[in-house]
Ligand binder design. Structure first.
Ligand SMILES: [Zn+2]
Length: 255
């Protein structure tokens, strides 16, 4: 580790550690967390939890909204749930007051929040969400649109027999229905056992997996042979054919 990264790590640690956490053992820290509801910046609405952390001998904590006691807890974790709707709308100071086993009194720094109405909260949330949902919708429409285009194009221009294909990003497979190789599509449906995809040649759907390139090249070679006039290759058994395809593939790999 170079000096720079040591310095950087040190700086990061300093940021992560609460300031003076080790030195000030009598500090009472108050956290406010959402159980259910709306929380945007300092605006909150709904069910929330106040939780306090302090010295090891912390014995009890009383939680307050302004001057009103919300509840007390004498067991770690020290916390209490509250609902913003039980208090008036507007700004409130949330505090925790603790007492240690030895009788020391501790007070947390106040956390300031604006309690808003449910309608106001969700309205703000919706204002933030709506553009995101809009963008998502446009992206989805684009993906579906291109998929349909690809589907149509695939139907109109099937690859000629034996053509060398570019299998692209998703790899290629061999159609179990017609035995011809085709490139897997973006719109193929991912299932646990493979991908539900549509063959470019026969148009039928099958659950397939991407296959190694040599296997695909072998299938192309088989197509080329199938396209040649009969008699070029004397009749062979399926097993012989397969073995020859595998042999061929070894030599056509690097073409
Ligand atoms: Zn097919």
């Amino acid at each position: 580790m170079g000096i720079r990264s040591v310095l950087l790590t040190g700086a990061l640690l300093a940021l992560l550690l609460p300031a003076g956490a080790a030195a000030q053992d009598d500090e009472l820290r108050l956290f406010v967390r959402r159980n259910f509801g709306y929380s945007g910046g300092s605006q909150i609405q709904g069910s929330f939890r106040m939780e306090a952390e302090g010295p090891a001998d912390l014995a009890s904590v009383t939680f307050k909204v302004d001057d009103q006691v919300v509840g007390a807890d004498s067991e770690a974790p020290f916390r209490v749930d509250f609902d913003t709707d039980d208090y008036g709308l507007g700004w409130h100071d949330l505090t925790a007051q603790g007492e240690t086993a030895s009788g020391r009194a501790l007070v947390s720094a106040a956390r300031r929040f604006e309690f808003v109405s449910a309608a106001a909260g969700w309205e703000t949330a919706w204002r933030i969400m709506a553009p995101l949902l809009g963008v998502l919708l446009v992206v989805m429409l684009l993906v579906v649109g291109t998929s349909l285009l690809q589907l149509r194009r695939g139907r109109r221009h099937p690859a000629p027999l034996g053509a060398r294909r570019n299998y692209g990003l998703f790899g290629g497979t061999i159609c179990p229905k017609c035995g011809r190789p085709f490139a897997l599509h973006l719109w193929g449906l991912n299932l646990l056992v493979g991908k539900l995809d549509r063959c470019d040649h026969c148009g039928r759907w099958s659950v397939v997996r991407a296959l190694p390139l040599e296997q695909l090249r072998a299938a192309e070679a088989a197509e080329r042979r199938a396209a040649q006039p009969a008699g070029e290759h004397p009749a062979e058994s399926a097993e012989e054919q397969l073995r020859r395809q595998l042999d061929d593939s070894r030599f056509t790999d690097n073409q």
